[in-house]
Design a protein around this ligand. Structure first.
Ligand code: HEM
Length: 391
């Protein structure tokens, strides 16, 4: 991470950074408004809360065409809507998708999600311990997303494809592309099926919908489906794993949440703030000056929401987890026009996951005999959170 001149050669795929990014991010916030790294062909990094809000509010200057560094995460040069669209195209998709993900849409999914989570935990609790990332957090959002897509039997398939695409994005592009193509063919197959036999699922809804008098093409529906799989699984999986990792390593917070379950709403937001998993990227549209730094057309800027959420200018005691923190205006779900569409689903999944975990599983800590391991890249996640019960 630090080169021979003592300068930081920032790489979000670095293993040590994945395990603990916060000292590096604090150093960047302190030293340079926009840092530069030579890794992955070169890119800039924005780390401060106010700068990131400003950057995300300027889609005319910072394009979402490529939302990762490196650019290709397994689908070649295709554009994934709405994530990789700028206005006015982005506006059309957002109009179509916003009602599907509105807060009122979540309720009908909660009972089945709760039953799934309860059954899953009841199966795990007899074992004396389990891996909270792989055996639990991975399956919670995948099960909900499979309901949203109307493919309840696809839980294993979809979570393993997502894992493979994101894990391989920078280190094994061919492996990522192979999984990307399997996912593409699978979602295309579901869309074909829904065209023949529409159901109450989101893809049937998109096939039937019109925005400004225009229907979406089959290809557009397929890529929205792919985005939901990519954006809806790994993110909540990561947040839930990070939250459980915190509770396993901070017995006081775990005991407090068990004793004061009414705290869960604010606690969840605080865990999202402290452990925001998602970093995004933007591409510079035309040469411009950003915070005194000339940026050139086509250059990439990494946008670190995890760093913004630890900025002392925006948050009191930013490195502490304060379960009842008031006025928590964190950026874990992003900022500006691309702010997460799945917020209400994500909050339901996190709430149900944590409520059932604390109700059904005895007090837990990390198993010292099994290492915690970390996924590398733009979504930070412990790939293994080995728990053992202490009560
Ligand atoms: C805790 C869980 C989640 C986190 C932390 C999260 C975070 C984010 C972030 C940071 C963005 C902004 C991307 C950007 O600016 O380029 C985003 C966008 C998005 N998220 Fe989420 N997300 C979560 C869960 C979900 C879920 C469950 C779904 C769907 C079921 C979802 C669907 C989307 C979609 C469709 C977008 C694209 C919005 C647009 O481009 O206008 N997310 N999410």
């Amino acid at each position: 991470m630090t080169d021979v001149r003592g300068e930081i050669q920032f790489d979000h795929y670095d293993e040590a950074f994945a395990a603990d990014p916060y000292p590096v991010l604090a150093d960047l916030r302190e030293r340079c408004p926009v840092a530069h790294s030579d890794a992955h062909g070169g890119f800039w990094v924005a780390t401060r809360y106010a700068d990131i809000q400003d950057l995300c509010s300027r889609p005319d200057a910072f394009s979402s065409r490529y939302s990762s560094v490196p650019n290709d995460i397994g689908f070649g040069d295709v554009v994934i809507p709405p994530l990789q669209l700028d206005p006015p195209e982005h506006t059309r998709f957002k109009k179509l998708l916003t009602p599907v993900f509105a807060v009122g849409q979540v309720g009908p999914f909660e009972p089945a999600a709760r039953t799934y989570v309860a059954d899953l935990l009841d199966g795990l609790v007899g074992k004396g311990g389990f891996d909270a990332s792989h055996d639990f957090a991975r399956l919670v959002p995948t099960a909900v997303l499979c309901q949203i897509l109307g493919v309840p039997d696809d839980v294993e398939l979809l979570s393993s494809l997502v894992e493979s695409i994101l894990a391989n994005a920078a280190t094994d592009p061919d492996g990522a592309a192979e999984s990307g193509m399997i996912l593409l063919a699978h979602v295309a197959g579901i869309v074909e099926q829904r065209k023949a036999e529409p159901g109450p699922d989101v893809l049937s809804h998109l096939l039937a919908s019109e925005v400004d008098g225009e229907k979406l093409s089959d290809e557009e529906v397929i890529f929205v489906g792919i985005l939901l799989v990519l954006a809806g699984i790994d993110t909540t999986w990561s947040t839930l794993s990070l939250a459980i990792h915190h509770l396993a390593t901070h017995p006081d917070d775990q005991a407090r949440l068990r004793a004061e379950p009414e705290l869960l709403g604010t606690a969840m937001e605080e865990l999202l703030r402290a452990f925001a998993p998602v970093t995004v990227a933007r591409q510079v549209i035309d040469d411009l000056d950003f915070l005194g730094q000339p940026l050139k057309q086509g250059e990439m800027v990494l946008v670190s929401f995890p760093s913004a959420n630890r900025d002392a200018v925006a948050f009191d005691r930013p490195d502490e987890v304060v379960l009842d923190r008031p006025n928590n205006r964190h950026l874990a779900f992003g900022s500006g026009i691309h702010r997460c569409l799945g917020i209400h689903f994500a909050r339901m999944e996190l709430r149900v996951g944590l409520e059932e975990l604390l109700a059904r599983v005895p007090a837990f800590e990390l198993d010292p005999d099994v290492p915690v391991t970390w996924a590398r890249g733009q979504v930070r996640r412990p790939t293994a959170v080995p728990l053992r019960f202490t009560a």
